[in-house]
Design a protein around this ligand. Structure first.
Ligand code: SAM
Length: 447
């Protein structure tokens, strides 16, 4: 909409922009089109728009044929949007975007996030909607210029800080352009800027433990002017040596270290606790015949390399609401890295029975004990990776103590979301889980 149209519309629907809701409406149609074009929307996309307002961006997203979920807090604007776009591809949700349950987005094949964010909560929205691991593959956001500068900042600049590193650990952030206050009605007090955020490739950065990284970075930037060696004395006692190994001046301040150097430094502070490749080379598995009768045992590499029939367990752990806990496999796993998998799973090792393995895996991977019941036995086939699998179920509310070398992340999901997710993005899952999920669906009520 043009400025005059926005003005007239606001009068017609008797809305005067609410400052506390960050209501600054974009009236430059060329800019709106340019912004939407940057997301390269297509009919295969599911675009989530935060704070659609009067629909300045919504109009062009819909034009592309994409489906749109628009989350708007102001009820008056929700009604206006529903009238303005009688389009079956648009769903307008009345609510606070901060309360939105992102898990539902995993059930959509490709999700993009677009928004001219309300500035009073833009950092909270940014952190919420970029929480890792994310179902979103591309973010295009209008932010206050200062904030856009901070999240896209390079080392050695005054904008570079803990926020830059927290976001950049998982994402690439591009500062696309500055947007003057004059393109909005009413004009905000500050200029804006438009950024594009994309996920990093899985092996783009060296092995690291995000928790340690965040803790160190926050501590390092807590007093920008101080030298790091005075701030990180406790975390890294052998400072000179660590600085030499990572390759920076021991007198450096936080802003002088690159992302890669911060990662290397945080790994120095946890020396001995490896998050890196875990090949479990010494494991020996039970080997069986086509009827699951014991033949003997063999090293892991031989079992997998020669497609020997062997035994495994998968565990589905549910919480009180009936949600299923899924784990995202560690990026350092030799098989199916970064794919989503059962709550816990593992091979039957030499001398073990299925039930013993199930209890052991539960403790090793999730750090808990729980009563487990058998649900179904899956026959050995190429699809199970030549495993006979016993699927178990159990109940636990968490929290879990996840085995970091095995698991990157874990979360409970409503089963109806998992059912849609499996159909929409089967490649997100380890094949063993897909087989177990199918078997559990056949069990119906039992699971
Ligand atoms: N996208 C429109 C545009 O470009 O003209 C409006 C952008 S305006 C800066 C921000 C919008 O977010 C407003 O419509 C406001 O009502 C809405 N909003 C504010 N807080 C919100 C929240 N917590 N959740 C969802 N929408 C919110």
């Amino acid at each position: 909409m043009k400025l005059s149209q926005i003005d007239a519309t606001l009068r017609e629907i008797r809305v005067s922009p609410v400052k506390t809701l960050g209501q600054n409406f974009l009236h430059d149609r060329n800019l709106a089109r340019w912004i939407v074009d940057k997301s390269e929307p297509s009919p295969d996309d599911y675009v989530v728009e935060i704070g659609p307002g009067l629909g300045a961006l919504t109009e062009f997203i819909l034009e592309s044929g994409a489906r749109v979920l628009a989350i708007e807090k102001d009820q008056r604007l929700v009604e206006f949007l529903r009238n303005r776009f009688a389009d079956s591809r648009l769903e307008v949700v009345h609510g606070d975007a901060l309360d939105f349950d992102l898990r539902s987005l995993f059930a959509e094949p490709r999700v993009k996030l677009l928004g001219n964010l309300p500035y009073y909560i833009s950092s909270q929205l940014l952190l919420k909607f970029t929480k890792y691991p994310s179902p979103i593959s591309l973010w295009l956001l209008m932010l206050q210029k200062e904030m856009a500068r901070r999240i896209s900042a390079a080392p050695g600049t005054s904008d570079y800080g803990a926020l830059s590193l927290v976001v950049q650990l998982q994402y690439r952030v591009e500062f696309l352009r500055t947007v003057p206050a004059t393109v909005f009605l009413p004009e905000p007090d500050v200029d804006s800027a438009f950024v594009r955020i994309t996920p990093r490739l899985p092996d783009e950065l060296p092995p690291h433990d995000p928790e340690t990284f965040f803790r160190l970075v926050r501590q390092g930037f807590s007093q920008r002017r101080k030298q790091l060696r005075n701030l990180l004395r406790k975390e890294i006692p052998n400072w000179e040596e660590a600085a030499g190994r990572v390759g920076f001046d021991p007198r450096a301040r936080a802003e002088q270290l690159s992302l890669e150097q911060w990662i290397a430094l945080s790994e120095q502070s946890r020396s001995g606790l490896s998050t890196g490749p875990n090949t479990a080379a010494s494991e020996r598995f039970t080997v069986v015949d086509e009827k699951d009768h014991l033949l003997g045992d063999a090293p892991r590499s031989e079992v997998h390399g020669n497609n020997l029939r062997h035994r495994a367990v998968h565990l589905f752990i549910f919480n009180g609401q009936g949600e299923l806990f899924l784990q995202k496999r560690s990026r350092w796993k030799d098989r199916h890295p970064l794919l989503w998998d059962s709550s816990a799973a593992g091979h039957v090792e030499t001398g073990e029975e299925y039930d013993e393995t199930a209890a052991r895996e539960l403790e090793e991977e999730l750090g808990i004990k729980a009563e487990l019941t058998r649900v179904a036995k899956l026959p050995c086939s190429e699809r199970t990776g030549w495993e006979f699998i016993w699927l178990y179920r159990g109940e636990h509310e968490g929290p879990f103590n996840l085995a970091k070398t095995e698991i990157e992340h874990g979360e409970f999901f409503p089963t109806e979301i998992v059912a849609r997710w499996v159909k929409a993005r089967p490649d997100d899952f380890a094949p063993g889980f897909l087989e177990c999920w199918k078997a559990s669906e056949h069990q119906g009520e039992a699971i």
